[in-house]
Design a protein around this ligand. Structure first.
Ligand SMILES: Cc1ncc(COP(=O)(O)O)c(C=O)c1O
Length: 415
């Protein structure tokens, strides 16, 4: 029997043990074939309408991965000037970037305007700010339709209890302000939340959103946001998001709307996790195994500074154990919590998991860590953020971001 990472030939010509010896532990490892497969899937969601798929850089900001997205024909969306800066470094031209910020300063908004990047405003205050900075300008408005969806309340990004978007009932005020500053509202965007496997709520949100679009005569694009799910419970047989059925239903809905309204706009989406989550894993070395008061712990260097999703959202990541370069596949199992090296009792990457009997020096392989993994990592406890490595199409490994150094920790001090 093969493990999941073996079936995917995730590590190409090498293995987790060799990778940690070569690049240090912990380590993010990406598989180019899986990343490109997902990029191609989202690029081709709609073929019979004008369509672009944006890559949300906040999920993964590695320059090599951004360049791959560019090569695969994706555009990108940015949440901050720093993300615009990185996208430009990766080679994205301004017209392929969409800035979707919230609560930005005048300087930050001006940065996007100066860079020639179109932006969306997410409140009446920010619409007024844009009007002052760029009278007569073109922009998009992020609407909050009043309904949201997502795997955890912290990732529901529309609905009555979130900070995002202009409430749909304020559309008349939006139109008034646009008139005051002679603004052209050429885009409407929304993002209802993250990680859905059932696409019906997304489609409902799309049809609802298209009704609002009818109030905006100058629209050139409508952006429906991202949120497509990743099967994080794949070792238990969780199925993939059914992209093929989604495509058919989505296409049908948009065709109906176009036929009904006679409008022809560019349709956009902003998937992030769906593109990069499965293409990345996080490796960490096991340094201790212990039993405390009846609970077994696998002590690793995968601290919450390296992967914070389990602590932030109670997220689940499947874990495989490798020993001497090979996956441990054994029917003899124990229940363990896989924990990190950070001084917090909540520093648990995987709680109460049935794993083969684990020993010191094994390698824990945390699956589906390519999205919101490295990009959310920090130097908490003055830990060094890990390196990132790519396994290319030929199975060869290559460093694509170096590990932090102690000097990096001192970079902003006069020492
Ligand atoms: C505005 C916007 N676009 C896109 C995304 C990407 O979402 P996901 O990674 O779930 O596809 C997010 C995530 O929160 C978002 O807020």
């Amino acid at each position: 029997m093969e493990s999941y990472t073996q079936q995917m030939n995730f590590f190409g010509n090498t293995n987790p043990d060799e990778l940690l010896k070569k690049y240090g532990s912990p380590l993010y490892v990406y598989n180019e074939d899986i990343l490109r497969r997902q990029m191609k899937r989202v690029a081709g969601i709609l073929t019979s309408h004008r369509f672009t798929s944006n890559f949300s850089i906040k999920t993964n900001s590695n320059l090599t991965i951004l360049r791959m997205a560019l090569e695969e024909g994706l555009n990108a969306d940015a949440m901050s000037p720093g993300e615009i800066f990185a996208l430009k470094k990766a080679g994205f031209p301004s017209e392929r970037i969409f800035f979707v910020p919230n609560n930005v300063s005048e300087e930050e908004m001006q940065y996007a305007i100066d860079e020639g990047v179109i932006l969306s405003v997410d409140s009446l205050s920010q619409l007024e700010m844009f009007g002052r900075l760029c009278p007569g300008g073109r922009l998009s408005v992020r609407l909050n339709p009043g309904v949201g969806a997502g795997h955890h309340e912290k990732v529901v990004t529309a609905g009555k209890k979130t900070k995002f978007g202009v409430a749909a009932q304020d559309i008349p005020k939006v139109l008034e302000l646009a008139k005051k500053y002679d603004l052209h509202i050429v885009g409407l965007n929304q993002h209802i939340g993250s990680l859905f496997m059932d696409f019906q709520p997304y489609l409902d949100a799309v049809s609802n959103f298209l009704h609002y679009a009818e109030d905006f005569p100058e629209l050139e694009f409508v952006d429906f946001g991202g949120g497509f799910g990743t099967p994080y419970h794949k070792l238990e047989g969780e199925a993939e998001f059914d992209m093929e059925s989604f495509k058919v239903a989505f296409d049908h809905l948009l065709t109906e709307w176009k036929n009904k309204t006679g409008r022809d706009v560019l349709f956009k989406m902003e998937p992030g996790r769906y593109i990069v989550a499965e293409g990345g894993v996080l490796l960490g070395r096991v340094y201790a195994v212990k039993e405390n008061f009846g609970h077994r712990y696998v002590g690793t260097d995968i601290g919450m500074n390296v992967l914070i999703r389990p602590e932030l959202y109670d997220s689940w990541h499947d874990v495989e154990i490798y020993r001497d370069g090979k996956p441990l596949i054994s029917s003899e199992k124990e229940v363990y919590s896989v924990v990190g090296n950070i001084c917090e009792s909540g520093d648990i990457v995987a709680k109460d998991r049935e794993l083969p009997i684990v020993k010191e020096n094994d390698v824990a392989v945390v699956l589906d860590a390519g999205a919101y993994g490295f990009s959310m990592s920090s130097n908490y406890n003055n830990r060094l953020r890990p390196a990132e490595v790519l396994i290319d199409h030929d199975g060869n490994d290559r460093l694509i971001r170096r590990r932090d150094t102690f000097e990096d920790l001192m970079r902003n001090f006069d020492v």
